[in-house]
Every structure is written in C-alpha cells, then in structure tokens.
Ligand binder design. Structure first.
Ligand code: NDP
Ligand code: VHF
Length: 426
C-alpha cells in the first residue's frame, strides 16, 4: 500500500508520496553511512556559510510565517518560538560549526575483547540509518536536527510545524544545497510538507524510519502513542522545578530562579514551579517576587500568607507547563516534601535544587527521576549546545535509548564486529 501523497513542490519533499520519500532517504542513508568526516564537516560549514550569506531570504520567509501566525492570533509564546532574528540565525550557523568541530562518532570502538577461542570482538558505533523528526515551530531545529543527523551518518526526514513552513522550507533548501556542494546526497535532508496531521500520522508509520524523534506537546505525544509503529524517542514537555533549600545561598537562588523563569520562558527547559523551604520562605519569597518583575505568580496557602497579593495556585497550575511569564510557587517543610512534589508533577525533563548542603544536593541528584538534575544552576542549561554537544536534536524525556539532550552519539547505534580465523562453535 502506498502511503499518503505529499506535496512534491515543498522544498526537500521531492516525492509524490511518503513511501517514495522514504525510499530516497534510504538511498541517501546508505551513502551517508560511508561518508568521510571531511565531507560531513564540509556540509556543516558550507550550510553555516550559506545561512549567513542568504540570511535575508531566511528572515524574509520567517517574517511571512510570523505575520501569518499573528493574523491567526498566535500568543506571545508561540511568536517568540517562531521568530528568527539576525542573532538567532547567527546562533544557527554557530551550531552548525559547533557540530562540525565535534568528533565523528561513526566507527568509534565502544568496547573490544578477545575470547579464549581467539575470536576478536569489537563493538563499533554505526549510524541509525533514516531518522525522522516531527517538531515544534522553532525554525532553528531544522538546522540543528539536520546537522546532528547527517554528521552521525544518517539521512534525516524533517516534519516541522505548519506555522514555520516558509522558514523551514528556506532552511531545508540551503541545507540540501550545502549537501550537494560537499559531495553528499542532497537527499541527506528531506522534508515532509507541513499542513495536516494526517500526514504526520502516516509518517509515524513509515516503515523505513529507523528512529523518529517527536518534539512537542501533549497532542503530538498522544498521537505518537496512538499511531506510531516506528521506534520513537519522545522529547516531551518540561514542567521544570527549582527547589530553594533551607541551606541555599539566597542571592544565588534569586539569580537562578530569575534566569530559569525569564531568560526564555517559551522553551521547555524554563522553570514552571518554584518550591521554597519553609525556613527561608519569609526572607526569600518577597525578595524573589520583587526580582520576578512581569511574571505572574500563583501560590499555595503558605505562599499567600507571606505574599498576600499573589493569586491561588490550583492543582492544574502545579501540573502545567506555562511556557510564558507565569510561575507556580509552593512552600515545603523539607527536602523530602520537595522531592515528593516533584515526583508528583514532574514531566521528567529538568529539575534543580539550590543548596549549600552537600547531603541535600547529593540526595536530590540521586533520587529525583528526571532526564537532567542540577545543583546550584539554572534549568536553562539543559540544552545540547550549552552542555557541549554542539547542538541537540531534542531533549529526550524517555529512558530508552537515550535520555536528556541528544547529540551525535544519540543518533547512532552499535554493532558487533567479530574477527575470526576459522573458529566454529562446538
Ligand atoms: N523535550 C524537548 O526537547 C522538547 C519539548 N517540547 C515541548 O513541546 C511543547 C511545545 O510544542 P508546541 O508548540 O506545543 O508544538 P506542538 O506539539 O503543537 O507541535 C509539534 C509538532 O507536532 C505536530 N502535531 C501537533 N499535534 C499533532 C497531532 N495531534 N497529530 C500529529 N501531529 C501533531 C505539529 O504540527 P502542526 O504545526 O502542523 O500542528 C508540529 O509539527 C512544549 O510542551 C515543550 O516543552 C518541544 C520541543 C522539544
Ligand atoms: N534547546 C533549547 C531547549 C529545548 C527546546 O528545544 O525547547 P522547546 O522548543 O521549548 O522544546 C534551548 O535551551 O535553547
């Protein structure tokens, strides 16, 4: 059965239907698995240069996406995620170059040993093959995902948000041009045209996908759980907490909370809930409230006794990822209660404690079940670029086969290479 028809006119679609798109990706993946590091790096640095040279075209396409989103009534969060600026395009180019600077994971020997019968066994890193990505309305993801997938020797099939259709189309065109210039198959980067969710559902079942990375909110993840038949690595929402312990340096805590909440509130690693130990609540809450200018605070009863102007926080507020200038605040009696609250509401993304108490810090690191746990640092650091991975294809909120920011190695598997001299099993 042929899969759903796709719009071949969309940049990078180049096919009548998803099956044909998949076949093109498989052909490209075979060539990419053999590609040398020099060619892959030439693709990345070439794409960075093209992005800079043709920045105005990318920004013009993005301006059209932003205007359409405004007309459609998109909120400030959605617009912030969608909008490109010269600085954000420069960051995308920087990300491409950072991935080029990373070691090539393909061929890395992970482990090796010799058996008593003389067989030499090694476990070697290999590309996954064809990687699909369904992602939110941030156009930078187009470049980041393609960069990592191709450097790890994979072909990538991208399905960006419909809201970013023009921006992504422009970026995909540049990436394909850079691939051709570097002597790699153009089809290293392919795109599923946006526009409808039915095509996404068919994409979730495209047999040639070795791995699909869905990045998005609850609706997308529900669709993945219902329809996906290909292996997926879910990069889900971030209801991230900062817990200010009784042994916290309060100046440090203030700076971390403000950064985690306000540096870019629209992204998944921004803080959504602040928990404060009862012993420091009287001192810390007024201080942090004053520093969080422009952020709407909602709090539990104990918070509201200290900050009477703050509105009540509902159960739903503590469970919610606001992705905007709103923060739920609670007072807890101890570390135990803070961790219990986090266990109840966390989406398993990024959780932070601020404390000078080593035992509390170590317990938090060991016991909180999330993709990333931090001590005395902002949740905003949970990002591939910030953690030295060059970029990220997403932040896995599941446990298999990777967890947390996913860089090059996350887009590989391993295979056993076994060298013998005629051994047979008795
Ligand atoms: N952990 C991580 O790395 C990441 C987490 N996120 C999380 O994603 C959320 C923000 O993303 P948001 O803007 O809501 O993006 P959405 O979840 O709305 O959309 C993401 C992608 O999924 C598609 N999609 C949405 N709903 C469905 C559906 N029912 N069936 C098929 N496809 C669907 C969209 O297509 P279309 O545009 O056509 O609707 C888009 O391409 C936040 O919760 C954030 O924390 C986001 C990115 C990375
Ligand atoms: N990589 C990001 C965080 C993760 C992300 O992709 O954000 P989002 O699009 O909200 O899920 C950053 O800190 O820039």
């Amino acid at each position: 059965m042929r899969a759903r028809r796709v719009g071949a006119e969309y940049p990078g679609a180049m096919a009548e239907d998803l099956d044909e798109l998949g076949e093109r990706a498989v052909t490209a993946a075979r060539a990419l698995a053999r590609a040398r590091r020099a060619a892959k790096d030439a693709f990345l640095t070439g794409a960075a240069a093209l992005l800079e040279e043709r920045r105005e075209e990318v920004l013009a396409a993005n301006a059209q996406d932003v205007a359409a989103a405004e007309t459609a009534g998109a909120d400030a969060t959605a617009l912030d995620r969608l909008r490109l600026t010269p600085a954000r395009v420069a960051q995308m180019a920087e990300g491409l170059r950072a991935v080029a600077a990373q070691a090539d994971p393909v061929g890395e020997v992970v482990a090796g040993w010799v058996l008593p019968n003389g067989l030499r066994v090694s476990q070697v890193r290999v590309p996954l093959g064809v990687v699909g990505v369904v992602y939110e309305n941030r156009p930078n993801v187009t470049a980041d995902a393609a960069a990592l997938a191709v450097k790890a020797g994979n072909a990538v099939v991208l399905r960006g948000s419909s809201a970013a259709a023009r921006s992504n189309g422009q970026i995909v065109e540049l990436l394909r041009l850079a691939a051709a210039k570097a002597g790699l198959p153009e089809d290293a980067v392919l795109a599923v045209p946006p526009g409808d969710h039915e095509t996404v559902r068919a994409f979730l079942q495209l047999p040639v996908l070795d791995c699909l990375v869905p990045r998005g909110g609850r609706q997308l993840l529900a669709a993945v759980r219902q329809y996906a038949t290909v292996p997926t690595i879910i990069d889900g929402e971030g209801n991230c907490h900062v817990y200010v312990d009784r042994a916290a340096d309060l100046a440090m805590a203030e700076a971390i909370v403000v950064n985690a909440k306000t540096q870019r509130p629209s992204v998944c690693n921004a803080a959504e809930t602040l928990l404060v130990h009862a012993e420091v609540a009287e001192t810390f809450l007024p201080r942090v409230a004053a520093a969080l200018q422009g952020v709407e605070l909602v709090g539990d009863e104990r918070v509201r006794r200290i900050l009477p102007g703050v509105g009540p926080a509902s159960e739903e507020d503590f469970a919610q990822e606001f992705l905007g200038p709103k923060l739920a605040v609670g007072v807890v009696d101890d570390l135990e209660q803070a961790m219990a609250h986090i266990a109840r509401y966390s989406t398993g993304h990024s959780e932070a404690i601020v404390t000078e108490d080593l035992r509390a810090a170590e317990r938090f690191l060991a016991e909180v079940d999330a993709a990333a746990v931090l001590v005395n640092a902002s949740t905003r650091f949970v990002d591939g670029g910030e953690l030295g991975l060059g970029a990220e294809i997403g932040i896995s909120t599941q446990k298999l086969h990777v967890r947390g920011p996913m860089g090059l190695r996350a887009l590989t598997s391993v295979k056993y290479q076994i060298r013998g001299e005629g051994q047979v099993r008795s």
